[in-house]
Design a protein around this ligand. Structure first.
Ligand code: PEP
Ligand code: MN
Length: 263
């Protein structure tokens, strides 16, 4: 179902009134984690002002250590809803446990399956039966064939609204958090009709490298990006080092607009 051969025209995935894959470069932005009403609303306003189309924020966080901040859970969804209302932006948030699916289906505009759950086939089958659009992130060790087969699980369940996301893979290189595999964008564009976006933030892990890779994502033909932005990155409870300041986000957006206008 994912293959370009069987389905030559590009799939357009709708999130609220935003179209991903329809030709416009879509920017999803927001904090790694929802922390408080003030943080979420302030950051959402910065995303809106910069020209972001979709808000992001984790309420359920997949943390390496069980002692790290795990997210606000259902209260986080409430705050995302508030921030979405305040700015008019739809939001995407990660689903980690199938038992939270009904709540996300009721409240979220798009469901994210994170890198760590890319081969959680039981979870993939469940979002495959959902009517919500799904943002499927490539895993740290996922090949293109495996990524496409994970998407296939969702499509096979009847859900045709799947967006693929490259977010860096694990290699021998340690200068960046992961290695952003930008060549996967033209490869996926050839093999599938599904929209493809790039998350430079989790790939590079340092805010100064985010903008160059975001611009590179536009240049290689991605349908959009997802970037972490925080109103006060120094105080962030998760991924502050890779989160853009509102001013840096605004500057990146202006640069992307300039590049898009040139094309
Ligand atoms: C995220 O986008 O919030 C996240 C945890 O990313 P990943 O699953 O790619 O590590
Ligand atoms: Mn993060």
């Amino acid at each position: 179902l994912h293959a370009r051969e069987q389905h030559p025209e590009d799939t357009v995935v709708r999130v609220g009134d935003v179209a991903i894959g329809g030709g416009a470069f879509v920017v999803i932005a927001g904090p790694c984690s929802v922390e408080s009403e003030e943080q979420m609303v302030e950051t959402a306003q910065a995303v809106r002002q910069g020209g972001g189309a979709i808000l992001r924020g984790g309420a359920y966080k997949p943390r390496t250590s069980p002692y790290s901040f795990q997210g606000l859970g259902p209260n986080g969804l409430t705050l995302l809803g508030l921030a979405g209302k305040a700015t008019g932006l739809p939001y995407v948030t990660e689903l980690m446990d199938a038992e939270d699916l009904p709540l996300l289906e009721e409240q979220a505009d798009m469901i994210q399956i994170g890198a760590r759950n890319i081969q959680n086939f039981s979870l993939l089958k469940k979002v495959g039966r959902s009517s919500k659009p799904v943002l499927l992130k490539r895993g740290l060790m996922t090949t293109v064939d495996e990524l496409l087969m994970s998407a296939e699980y969702i499509l096979d369940g009847g859900n045709q609204s799947v967006v693929l996301c490259e977010r860096g893979i694990r290699t021998f290189e340690t200068a960046t958090r992961n290695t952003l595999d930008l060549s996967v964008v033209p490869v996926l564009k050839e093999r599938t009709h599904l929209p493809v976006i790039v998350d430079p933030s989790h790939a590079v892990g340092k805010r100064r490298y985010v903008a160059p890779m975001a611009k590179a994502a536009l240049a290689v033909g991605a349908d959009g990006i997802m970037v972490e932005v925080h109103c006060r990155p120094e105080a962030a409870l998760c991924d502050g080092e890779q989160s853009l300041h509102p001013s840096e986000f605004a500057e990146l957006m202006a640069q992307l607009r300039g590049m898009a206008a040139m094309c």
